[in-house]
Design a protein around this ligand. Sequence first.
Ligand code: HEC
Ligand code: HEC
Length: 429
Amino acid sequence: MKPPRGSIPSFCCAAVAVAAALGCREAATVPEAAAPNAAPTDTAASRSFNADRFSRRPLPAEMTELGRALFFDERLSASGQMSCATCHDPRFAYGPPNDRSTQLGGPHLKDVGLRAVPSLRYLQSVPPFTEHFFDERTDGSNDVGPTGGHGWDGRADSKHDQAKLPLMSKYEMANADLDTVVAQVAHGPLADRFRATFGSDVFSDPTRGSVAVLMCLEVFQQSPKDFYPYTSRYDAYLRRKLELSPSERRGLALFEDPHKGNCASCHPSAGYHGAFPQFTDYGFNALGVPRNRRLPANQDPAFHDLGLCGPERKDLDVAHHPEYCGEFRVPSLRNVAVRRAFFHNGIFHTLAEVMAFYAERDTNPARWYPRTHGHVEAFDDLPPAYRKNVNVEPPFGGKPGAAPALGKAEMRDLSAFMKALTDADLGNE
Ligand code: HEC
Ligand code: HEC
């Protein structure tokens, strides 16, 4: 059993801690782009070992705008029809624009992906992956286990590494290699701007060219206005600019109550050291999400997407860590209400279904899992040996037939609270 991660803040601690942290910085007048944790020190732009390899030192603003152009550039895919934004659509918090569980990609845009597309907002403080994370929020001495990294399984250490994955993945942009992508840029309409930004020799060596391309994508994704504006109703509430509605307030209390939703134990809702909450602790958990039988990969009964334990991720010593199998990184819940595909395999399509799964995964397993040989096969997407990895803390637990952890009105309040996490530019009234 892993020791618990982070303390579970009560409703009142959360409000007080954040108000105190913000109060001393006159948060009410903080402009959008200067939200409390708007300046991570380890930005791509600040990593000079990268910037120094160019004959001209690129300015962050130039890289941001080049990255933006690349992000929307369909020429960067083998099909010529897919950009990063095809899957990571800004109108949907840089998440998927439709309700497909996973998106289509590949050379002919016919290959069905394995995993739901995550939102790219609020990833600016994801720590690099580590198997041993010592959480300062407790006393710093507890090893809370695997934490951080990009992707559902944390396998990419930076957005720079991450950007390579879709560019080459046969399910996504399907380029043969990075050189192909760089050649495309070198001969495309952005080439002159690249030379003006990084020096006229930027494309003379393929490594330099690829670092420039990946850095621009990464720097763009660090742009506060686009990727972490902190403009939700909840942020306004933390800045003491507005009151939550009664339903949102009840939802927040359930979210933080360790005996009810207990959501904040994995999706922290309280600020920390003056930073606004990210609604993820960047940790990994197995929730026993039902198998998505519509995904082509799952037509093979022997195939299992085990998250940390592979098959996408291959670098961890899982023979000695069978407890990793089935664990996925806790996603941020900011802007979750604009999604229409939830969990790593996109099995659910409404927040109401997700709430019901949390409330009655264990008390009503027949609703979620298939019946095989006369009994309900709970946690059917995990081989039996790994089913004990599934988290059973509240809101989970309870015997089949017992009352669900959350009633209908409570689930509605929780959904109302999650809607208060939608940024203003995405239709938040
Ligand atoms: C075909 C759809 C598709 C395209 C196109 C695509 N992605 Fe993704 N992206 C995904 C999926 C699916 C994941 C989750 C992958 C996983 O966990 O294995 C992901 C994950 C990510 C992540 C990690 C997010 C996190 O939560 O840590 C980043 C960053 C990212 N993509 C950036 C990009 C960039 C930059 C591009 C363009 C170069 C791009 N993506 C193109 C589907 C796509
Ligand atoms: C034990 C840690 C834990 C607790 C407690 C927890 N979550 Fe999660 N949550 C996760 C993990 C891990 C995932 C991703 C699981 C996966 O895809 O396999 C997730 C995913 C989600 C998603 C889907 C997000 C997306 O982008 O697909 C929602 C919505 C969500 N949680 C809301 C809640 C709410 C509301 C509660 C309280 C009722 C809660 N969570 C409690 C760990 C937790």
